[in-house]
Design a protein around this ligand. Structure first.
Ligand SMILES: Nc1nc2c(ncn2[C@@H]2O[C@H](COP(=O)(O)OP(=O)(O)OP(=O)(O)O)[C@@H](O)[C@H]2O)c(=O)[nH]1
Ligand SMILES: [Mg+2]
Length: 316
């Protein structure tokens, strides 16, 4: 384990892209190397600005990310993109499309684009994404952009990993306000109305303004930025707003996203430890029998199992 850890550590610190790719595959597949990778990135994270970008399929997220990469590169910052696709666990069409739409930067050493899929289990996608973001952060990218499709709970969990959340909508994708579900409306820092070149853009923008104005006022007023991603229109303004948002984050808020990522991993590691013990230890047999016979409810038995783990440590 420590040999593997050292190899990953050296490879990642040395800027080796092949090591980067295999580190990401290891955490994505939860392979034997995953813990060596996590040990290698540990304490090297917390420098990247993590930007989450979410919205319904087809609103133009990848086109926008491609344009944003270009803006970041003009200022010399390096950018990694994580394209998350919860709908197709094994990758596929959407991800291929993402690759093509971001291909402007395929030869640029300051840019890295990678897709992530989950291997199925609940919460697996946000955990894998948290780990991939940490790897890219430790690799030294200045900015990590996480693109997710849709506006469900999985996206909200993933957006918690970011310091700045951009919610993208477009006219012609139903009522833009309804399309932006309540949970997402809460966590959005910046709204983008893409495809501002199409008809109904003016009405869609007005609806969005009304919805945002109706929200209680906080320290940060969520701006609405119209863009035409295919022509780079509004993209410099978007970058400016992302910067403004990042600059006004207080240090606590900054570390909140890093803490949220660590917490995702802690939850997963704790669950793994607990399930390992419940599965293997003979003293859990009676609890299982009580659940089977109906003497004890499942959640009561789970609480009892956790108590047993903490009071009677594992003795292999
Ligand atoms: N008219 C117009 N079309 C755009 C604009 N931005 C993107 N498109 C087009 O919209 C289509 C979808 O763009 P994508 O960038 O793939 O959208 P996406 O949100 O990443 O889609 P998924 O990854 O499938 O969810 C493409 O054909 C783009 O060329 C825009 O500002 N105006
Ligand atoms: Mg896309």
């Amino acid at each position: 384990m420590s040999n593997e850890k050292n190899a990953y550590e050296a490879g990642l610190a040395g800027g080796d892209r092949r090591v980067l790719a295999s580190a990401i595959s290891a955490v994505e597949n939860d392979s034997d190397d995953a813990s060596a990778v996590l040990a290698a990135v540990y304490r090297r994270t917390g420098n990247a600005h993590v930007v989450g970008l979410t919205g319904a399929p087809g609103v133009g997220k990848s086109t926008l990310v491609n344009a944003l990469i270009g803006e970041y590169r003009k200022t010399g910052q390096t950018v990694a993109v994580v394209a998350v696709d919860p709908s197709s666990p094994l990758g596929g069409g959407a991800i291929l499309g993402d690759r093509i739409r971001m291909s402007d930067h395929a030869l640029d050493a300051g840019v890295y684009v990678r897709s992530v899929a989950s291997r199925g289990h609940l919460g697996g996608l946000s955990r894998a994404t948290a780990r991939v973001v940490d790897i890219l952060d430790s690799f030294g990218f200045d900015v990590v952009i996480v693109e997710t499709v849709g506006t469900g709970q999985a996206e909200i969990d993933i957006m918690h990993l970011a310091q700045t959340t951009v919610v993208v909508s477009a006219p012609g994708f139903g009522n833009v306000v309804q399309a932006i579900k309540a949970g997402i409306l809460e966590i959005a820092d910046i709204f983008v109305l893409n495809k501002a070149d199409t008809s109904a853009a003016v009405a869609a923008e007005r609806h969005l303004h009304e919805a945002v104005r109706a929200r209680p006022e906080g320290n940060w007023r969520q701006p609405i930025i119209p863009t035409v991603a295919i022509d780079n229109v509004g993209v410099p303004e978007l970058l400016e707003k992302i910067r403004e948002h990042s600059a006004q984050l207080d240090p606590n808020e900054r570390s909140r996203a890093a803490t949220a990522r660590a917490r995702q991993q802690l939850a997963a590691a704790a669950a793994e430890l607990a399930s390992d013990q419940v599965n293997r230890r003979s003293d859990f047999e009676h609890l299982a029998e009580e659940v089977l016979s109906g003497q004890m409810g499942l959640s009561d038995a789970a609480v009892a199992a956790l108590e047993l783990i903490s009071t009677r440590p594992y003795n292999p």
